[in-house]
Write a protein that binds this ligand. Sequence first.
Ligand code: APR
Length: 231
Amino acid sequence: MRIVVLTGAGISEESGLATFRGAGGLWEGHRVEDVATPEAFELDPETVQRFYDARRRAVASVAPNAAHQALARLEQAIGDDLLVVTQNIDDLHERAGTHHLVHMHGELRRARCLHCGERPWWDGDLVDRPPCPLCGQRMLRPDVVWFGEMPYDLDVIEEAVVACDVFAAVGTSGVVYPAAGYAAMAKAFGARTIELNLWATDAPLPFDEIREGRATVVVPEWVDDIMGSHA
Ligand code: APR
């Protein structure tokens, strides 16, 4: 049985990381378009770098939760038949033990060099314009996909989505494309689709099943059910 799990900010919320469309639509006090667009970076690189530096530090101070761990457990059971596609830029899935993972919106723990194009691992701050470890130029930006930019690994994701038997969306509001279209795509290709969210997202609903609740509760329960039916 091939399974694709799409995750969003909701899976990391109980680890202590803010979701995007929470309180007043602000992300840690910022409008998304002020910190998550190429235009914002061009206009005020320092604010954008400081913002992501703070996010990087916040991620380093939190731990994966029972939902991340449940998905790692599922991978242990079915191996590469599970692909986790995350929109999250934190590294909580990998710290929980998931390996077969795509970060479609990039990763806080990488920088991207605007001079040489490399994507080195990066744990420190970027605001002071450190040199790229590969080419030496001081042109590093966060390796995150901003609005108007192309997400990573769309070919890998779409191949898995059309071929999967089960598609689950966990903790995502389903408003940012292309991720928001994957449930409908999976369903059109014959997969059983399920949404795991605090509250069911708005219509039109491409889901066969909806389980409402906190990710740390509903994801482990769903994984237990899947593994029970797989045994
Ligand atoms: N358990 C389960 N679901 C939760 C929890 C929780 N503890 N807390 C919040 N949620 C749900 C909310 O109901 C909401 O549907 O998680 C979802 C979070 O939605 P968003 O904040 O919009 O996050 P996401 O869907 O990941 O955003 C997509 O938007 O700004 C861009 O690039 C950014 O990757 C991000 C993309």
